[in-house]
Design a protein around this ligand. Structure first.
Ligand code: GLN
Length: 280
């Protein structure tokens, strides 16, 4: 079977199973099974697939057919300027979250040597993206999931950031690790009863612990802001991602905990996504 025929066959199976991006997904999964990038695949559509590659590929298609996200199948997701290892223990990095990276880099001069804390670091993608571009900064990433912490450490290794980063497995409530110049967080903020109405790709595969914001959606936002106010230096900055309808309430929480909000930044879909505040 030639690559083109394989793509068509996979695409047909995905379409029959209501996967919207069937063609693209089929192509991405074939490049992953062949360990080629997509442009190389497109240049070699007449090549014959071997038995092992074919078996791997149709395995991938079986998984995608059941709505498993592409990133969990291929094991990687692009975020900001790099590729991060992901698995079912961490949320797949979202383009919307790049807003935090952009804002932090905007704030930090190229030679600044700030200490950064990332609360609920997951794959580590936010913190690592920042440290990669600010070589004199150092960071600590904390996550309640032990497996997420392991994965973040692996990502630090493949990004060659070792001596200025630490990933710790801890509940932020029980974390007492000094004072930071800058705190970043994309906490779980989805209301408990809304989790079931998320896309099937998300609700059946991504870790609930990374999404669940409790009954009102604010359980972890509240905790993050409260803890940040004790872990941040005076005049330090907090960069927080929130849900599409959570700006007003979060602004109140920030004020209540001694933060002055400098900026509300929109994501690519023009939705308020990132709040930048200063501890006063
Ligand atoms: N933005 C995520 C979603 O698409 C939610 C992430 C979070 O809770 N921090 O569902």
């Amino acid at each position: 079977m030639r690559y083109q025929e394989v793509i068509n066959e996979g695409s047909k199976i995905l379409k029959l199973n209501n996967i919207k991006s069937y063609n693209l997904d089929s192509e991405i999964l074939l490049s992953s099974a062949l360990k080629l990038d997509r442009s190389q695949l497109i240049l070699n559509l007449d090549k014959e697939i071997n038995k092992i590659e074919k078996k791997n590929y149709f395995n991938f298609i079986e998984r995608r057919k059941k709505n498993e996200p592409i990133a969990y199948i291929t094991g990687y997701k692009e975020f900001w300027k790099n590729k991060f290892k992901v698995d079912k223990n961490v949320l797949i990095p979202r383009p919307d979250t790049e807003v935090i990276v952009e804002q932090v880099l905007d704030h930090l001069k190229i030679n600044s040597s700030k200490k950064i804390l990332d609360i609920g670091t997951g794959s580590g993608c936010i913190l690592l993206s920042i440290l990669k571009e600010r070589k004199k900064c150092s960071g600590v990433g904390v996550d309640i999931s032990k497996n997420a912490t392991k994965l973040a450490k692996y990502n630090a290794k493949i990004q060659h950031i070792n001596n200025r980063i630490k990933f710790l497995n801890s509940d932020i409530d029980n974390f007492y690790g000094g004072k930071y110049d800058l705190i970043i967080s994309n906490p779980p903020y989805v209301k408990l009863h809304k989790i079931n109405s998320l896309d099937r790709d998300i609700k059946s595969f991504e870790p609930k612990v990374a999404l669940n914001g409790g009954v009102d959606g604010y359980a972890k936002i509240r905790l993050t802001i409260k803890k940040s106010s004790t872990l941040i230096k005076r005049k330090g900055k907090l960069f927080l991602e929130v849900g599409f309808d959570q700006t007003r309430e979060t602004l109140k929480l920030l004020k209540l905990n001694g933060f002055y909000t400098n900026k509300i930044v929109k994501d690519l879909a023009n939705i308020n996504r990132c709040l930048v505040s200063t501890k006063i």
